[in-house]
Design a protein around this ligand. Sequence first.
Ligand code: SF4
Ligand code: SF4
Length: 260
Amino acid sequence: MKHIDVDNIESMPSGMLKEGKVFSFKCHSGLACFNKCCRNLNLFLYPYDVLRLRKKLEISSDDFLDKYTDVIMRPSGFFPEVLLRMSDNPEKTCPFLTETGCSVYSDRPDTCRTFPVEQGIYYDVKKGSASPVYFFRPPDFCLGQNESRQWTTESWAKDQDATLHNKMTAMWAGIVNLFQNNPWGDEGQEGPKAKMAFMAAYNLDRFRDFIFASTFLKRYKIKQEIMTKIRHNDAELLKFGFAWIKYFLWGIETNNFRPR
Ligand code: SF4
Ligand code: SF4
């Protein structure tokens, strides 16, 4: 997910797909490049990616984060980024790559799902608006770009079952954009607020315990229909987590809960 500020429009990456513009692409196992793209990647995982992957693997959020990710902080950033850790072999293959392809295909991350299209969010700070932008950027070795099948960004997202992933990633991008300024104060980036925000986004098992097994429900009233949804649906719990981060860090009001 790229963040593009209207004041830095000159830095817009190449390959932008304007609305309705088509691109040619088809990926299949008959191509000489098959699986070559699944190695040596800086593959950023967004909160919904982690939710889907750890469910697919039937492991806890803690185990997934420990076993499969590196959590890094950019020098200029105020919120850590989560990267999928490549395997410790000469080719640094993705841990989910097998000879026959991706072993987590139905739950692959958003970036893999939309590849070779990249989604960005275009922020107009003056207007306070945000809108998605798309780029067609296959690497040179990707032979799928020579195939004749044509797509728009909409038909590609539908074909790859990426609509919900794209939506959840865009929601997260809106929060990441708020982290342009330091929200941690004297606590710093290792303090309790930072740990809380990371938990609400990336560790839903612990966040669920925080909601249902701490004093949270004594302190906050949650609407009954929201309560039912977040008890049983991880995607709804994640959306609730996004609302919680915005509320406790920036005081942004939400309809999901209110102090008692
Ligand atoms: S390099 Fe491109 S065409 Fe080849 S397997 Fe990867 S996505 Fe498909
Ligand atoms: S998750 Fe699947 S599609 Fe993505 S890099 Fe790994 S093997 Fe390839």
